[in-house]
Write a new protein. Structure first.
Length: 331
């Protein structure tokens, strides 16, 4: 019977195999390269595996980002209109848009998660350091507040003017505005807090972009519903103007980590979305803002661009996570 090889001889043999594998860029079956000398070709990750797991969110999540932003900012506009003694019809529509958005958003999240129990399990944890945990609670809080605001406002329109009801209405509207503002912006914080390079390197831009996009979308909904008042025109100008600046910044800033924002499906979609949200909507308001058709066109253009931008950012995140060089360059 042959004696077993000594540990020293075995290690020397493994080092020899690793040396041959490094030269041939190929590892024999059954041999694991040492942790100190990983085999990595240009454009690949270690051992041909991706460095990050790409996001697995389905189509429902970008739509949730879009509708959540519109719902949250609609509640904010409704509360501002209430403070400024705006038309009751405008306030009512704002609250109903917020309520309908709050009703649809959990359905979209549950569809992405697969089972309602998974969404309920997210509410078992309240973690301030987790954007996902706080997002679930923000959505629940906003849904509750905007539902109460709609209920109280409908009772108020029907002649119920008890002081307790009025106080509850103001409290519900104020709470819906605060939680709506958080709902519209937290999604940008959520994806910016991940390890995906293109998201993490734009973590300061994303909340502002999503918030502005939601503001323009909410005012666009009001305009399409017939509220062609100066306030919605001002909001539309502000949102499209800020989106124009964001589009210019993204096009001028050609960082390697931002490659998915300029190339491929995500780059093309984001470019079109930026044009629709920014310059196109802005020019329509400048030259045709005095005409109802121009206001309608600007609102519809902005809404289409806002929706496309959500999908473009998700696609950009997938492309960025699949590119190991983006992560290696940052490190």
């Amino acid at each position: 019977m042959k004696s077993a090889a000594s540990p020293k001889a075995t290690e020397e043999r493994l080092e020899e195999i690793r040396k041959v594998a490094a030269e041939a860029a190929q590892v024999p079956a059954g041999v694991r390269p040492s942790a100190g000398s990983p085999q990595k070709r240009e454009g690949e990750s270690y051992y041909g595996l991706p460095a990050l797991k790409p996001p697995v969110w389905t189509w429902e999540v970008p739509l949730y980002f879009f509708l959540g932003g519109i719902a949250g900012l609609s509640a904010c506009i409704g509360f501002a209109a209430q403070l400024l003694h705006g038309a009751p019809e405008l306030i009512r529509l704002c609250l109903w848009v917020g309520f309908l958005g709050a009703a649809i958003c959990p359905v979209l999240l549950i569809a992405d998660l697969g089972r309602p129990l998974r969404f309920l399990n997210m509410l078992r944890v309240f973690k301030l350091q987790s954007a996902m945990s706080m997002g679930a609670w923000i959505l629940v809080a906003f849904s509750s507040c905007v539902f109460l605001a709609v209920l109280c406002f409908e009772l108020y329109l029907r002649g119920f003017t008890h002081p307790l009801l009025i106080a509850l209405l103001w409290l519900a509207e104020a709470s819906a505005a605060v939680t709506g503002l958080l709902l519209a912006s937290y999604t940008g914080v959520l994806i910016g807090a991940t390890a995906v390079p293109v998201w993490s390197e734009n973590r300061k831009l994303l909340p502002t972009h999503f918030l502005t996009s939601g503001l323009g979308g909410a005012s666009g909904i009001l305009e399409l519903a017939g509220f062609l008042v100066p306030a919605t025109q001002i909001l539309g100008f502000a949102a499209s103007g800020i989106e124009t600046l964001i589009e210019i910044m993204l096009q001028v800033r050609k960082r390697p980590v931002d490659a998915p924002l300029h190339h491929g499906r995500s780059g093309r979609t984001l470019f079109v979305a930026g044009l629709l949200e920014g310059p196109a909507a802005l020019l329509l308001r400048v030259f045709f803002g005095s005409l109802p058709a121009g206001r309608y066109a600007a609102a519809a253009t902005f809404l289409i661009g806002a929706l496309l931008s959500r999908y473009a950012w998700i696609w950009a995140g997938r492309a960025s996570a699949s590119d190991p060089q983006a992560l290696f360059q940052l490190q």
